[in-house]
Design a protein around this ligand. Structure first.
Ligand SMILES: *Cc1c(COP(=O)(O)O)cnc(C)c1O
Length: 388
């Protein structure tokens, strides 16, 4: 953030979500170019951030969308994503949401159970619309990430059980309104160890062979998303290394003839372009601890309270203050105003001595930030600032 922007923000209502649109555009462009090198397709996972301004910027680059509800499908289409490039995932799709997908002619339903497949088949037949299907297979790969965001293990609720795959294939062959277009995998989120993806490739190759040997042509392999970002160093590594990521699949995936590879990236595309800007309301000097009480809390950014997520907390004005010799730094527990003990952005955060009114930036809040905000405690509505 530049000095000019910080002084503009000083006149704004807080808490607010600051979105750096030039950085967003650069991130999308880097990701898109890295994927294009191998002819890979990216669907942006709308659930990470569905702010219309953000969506409009992303859709301009020609990415598809990955949706997990009927309203997400509608929001994606309303903000420039093509319906025929929308994929729809989720273990609990309602009839109404399935109809939204069918009527819009989306690219695929990522199907998670036999029962869901039957319902999509019945609705497709009833309305004489085609349902394109990607079967979500649980590859039993450990994402080595927080257990709340691990999805690819046998014990998770996601994906079709191995012993039911044949049943699924049979249901599709018997219904002319269903079309098998792909296999879908997604092992978790905030994955920083690329070996996880290497293991995923090995599993995907096995499943690809399984279908091939039975004579089924699978046009699309959808590898899901989950690529992690560097929450510790949002400036040093503002854009993740998309080249390494896609190269790994190029190296380890064994494709059959005419197979496309698709991805569903959320966090890695939007996290670093967002900062939650907040003001220090009070400083409370305790016996063992100092508390900096902010006007933003878990209602604006839930991740720390929900899964002990780390976000870098910084004093925004400090970047432009001459660093004096031996300048006083203090440890603060940086907390929000909500009546929950988990409403804490960081413990023992080392910051310059704070005072009431100081502007604080909570970094890398562009993914799973605004979308998880709530009006709990009847909190005021969020404000926004877009760097154009
Ligand atoms: C959440 C989700 C994604 C995106 O995950 P990120 O970690 O944000 O990249 C992709 N695919 C599916 C099925 C998801 O549920």
């Amino acid at each position: 953030m530049t000095k000019e922007i910080i002084s503009k923000l000083a006149g704004e209502n807080t808490p607010l979500y600051y979105y750096n649109l030039p950085l967003l555009r650069e991130t999308i462009s880097v990701a898109k170019n890295a994927a294009d090198r191998y002819g890979y397709h990216i669907h942006y996972a709308i659930k990470a951030n569905n702010n219309p301004r953000v969506l409009q910027e992303i859709s301009k680059f020609g990415l598809g969308a990955d949706c997990v509800s009927g309203y997400e499908i509608e929001r994606a289409i309303d903000n420039g994503f093509k319906a025929e490039e929308v994929v729809f995932a989720g273990v609990g799709k309602t009839d109404r949401e399935i109809l939204t997908g069918l009527q819009n002619g989306i690219l695929s339903f990522n199907v998670e159970s036999v029962e869901e497949l039957r319902v999509i088949g019945d609705l497709a037949k009833e309305h004489q619309l085609v349902g394109r299907i990607a079967l979500r297979i649980n590859p039993n790969v450990d994402a080595k990430t927080h257990h709340y965001i691990t999805t690819g293990l046998d014990e998770n609720k996601f994906g079709i059980m191995m012993h039911q795959l044949q049943t699924c294939v049979d249901i599709i062959s018997e219904n002319s309104f269903l079309e098998l277009i792909g296999l879908h995998f997604h092992v978790g989120s905030q994955i920083t160890d690329l070996n996880v993806y290497k293991r995923l490739c090995i599993k995907v190759n096995e499943w690809n062979t399984w279908f091939y040997e039975r004579g089924y042509h699978i046009p699309i392999l959808n590898l899901g998303g989950g690529l992690g970002i560097n929450y510790a160093e949002p400036d040093e590594e503002a854009i993740v290394n998309f080249s390494n990521f896609f190269y790994l699949f190029h190296e380890f995936l064994d494709l059959r003839e005419n197979q496309q590879v698709h991805f569903e990236l959320g966090r890695s595309l939007v996290a670093n372009c967002g900062t939650l800007v907040s003001r220090v309301l009070y400083i409370k000097e305790g016996i063992k601890k100092n508390f900096a009480i902010l006007d933003a809390g878990m209602t604006e950014l839930l991740r720390p309270a929900l899964y002990q997520a780390y976000h870098k907390v910084e004093l925004l004005s400090d970047k432009f203050i001459e660093q004096e010799e031996g300048k006083e730094v203090t440890k603060y527990d940086v907390v929000g105003p909500i009546c929950e003990s988990s409403d804490c952005f960081g413990k023992d955060v080392l910051l310059p001595k704070l005072q009431r009114g100081d502007l604080i930036g909570i970094r890398s809040a562009g993914a799973y930030g605004e979308v998880m905000s709530s009006r709990y405690n009847l909190r005021q509505e969020l404000s926004y600032f877009f760097k154009e």
